[in-house]
Design a protein around this ligand. Structure first.
Ligand SMILES: [Fe+2]
Ligand SMILES: [Fe+2]
Length: 274
């Protein structure tokens, strides 16, 4: 288990944000806004899932895992709080968050599954998707170069911490003797829902702003998703890696995250452990 630092990000998230904040580009602004819509509900689910997983471990292992899970929860709780503020600005701009309602409904249905490892497996799968997104953001900082400083730093900080805690859910799932078949099955289910929800929420923002049917929007979508540095193009091989028998999230590159955290220490303060 690598040590995790819970950080308070020292940026202003109270000041309202503008529409098309990413350098005036409607598609990428809508895409990032859609992702933000999913985070508070998703991150609450991850925290609850890992806390339930911790309780299911035998007592001696629980003691060894407790502090690490608390730090994971500390990181995700901080992300959830800042994205809540971010999403309040989106609401004020007139965007409705349908993704969160769909997530709540699906997560509620999972309560019928009595084995806590299902929820941990869903967390393992989603954490790999967020690691892919995080690497894409950190390896291509030019994509957010035109964004307001505070929003750019918020996305970079969140991406860095996602990479920092990328192994936590996976290692806990292993400690719980979670099986490989479930891990891979849940990844297929989670990925399908994630992609469909991301597209639906992004299109909804674009429709709201009258941008959905513009040729410039679709040119931008092609660039951001399928271009030389596009998310789907770069993410596909990392997604397939998850299905290898010897896959472990530690195999994912973490240098960009370490570098960002080391080079931006003025932007965060470590939260003291209690
Ligand atoms: Fe997060
Ligand atoms: Fe995470």
């Amino acid at each position: 288990m690598n040590a995790l630092t819970v950080r308070q990000l020292l940026i202003d998230m109270k000041t309202p944000m503008g529409r098309d904040w990413n350098g005036g580009d409607a598609f990428s602004s809508a895409l990032f806004n859609a992702l933000s819509m999913s985070f508070p509900v998703g991150e609450q689910f991850f925290m609850d899932a890992l806390r339930s997983g911790l309780s299911a471990l035998p007592a001696p292992e629980q003691a060894a895992w407790k502090a690490h899970i608390q730090d994971f929860v500390g990181q995700e709780a901080t992300h959830r709080r800042l994205h809540d503020l971010y999403n309040q600005h989106l609401k004020a701009l007139g965007y409705d968050n349908h993704w969160a309602s769909r997530l709540k409904h699906r997560f509620g249905r999972m309560d019928r599954l009595k084995d806590p490892r299902h929820k941990v497996a869903v967390t393992v799968a989603t954490e790999h998707l967020t690691t892919i997104l995080a690497l894409w953001i950190l390896q291509h900082p030019h994509m957010l170069a035109q964004a307001p400083h505070r929003l750019r730093q918020m996305w970079m900080w969140h991406a860095s911490e996602e990479i920092e805690h990328r192994c936590t859910a996976f290692d806990l799932y292993r400690a719980l003797q979670g099986n490989e078949l479930w891990r891979k099955r849940w990844m297929r289910v989670v990925s399908a829902y994630f992609l469909i929800d991301l597209i639906r929420q992004t299109c909804q923002h674009l429709r709201h702003d009258g941008q959905l049917l513009k040729a410039s929007t679709w040119r931008s979508a092609r660039h951001w998703l399928l271009g030389e540095h596009g998310l789907l193009r770069l993410g596909a091989s990392h997604w397939r890696d998850f299905f290898h028998q010897d896959f472990h999230p530690r195999q994912m590159e973490d240098k960009p995250a370490q570098q960002w955290l080391a080079q931006h220490q003025e932007l965060w303060r470590a939260v003291a452990k209690t």
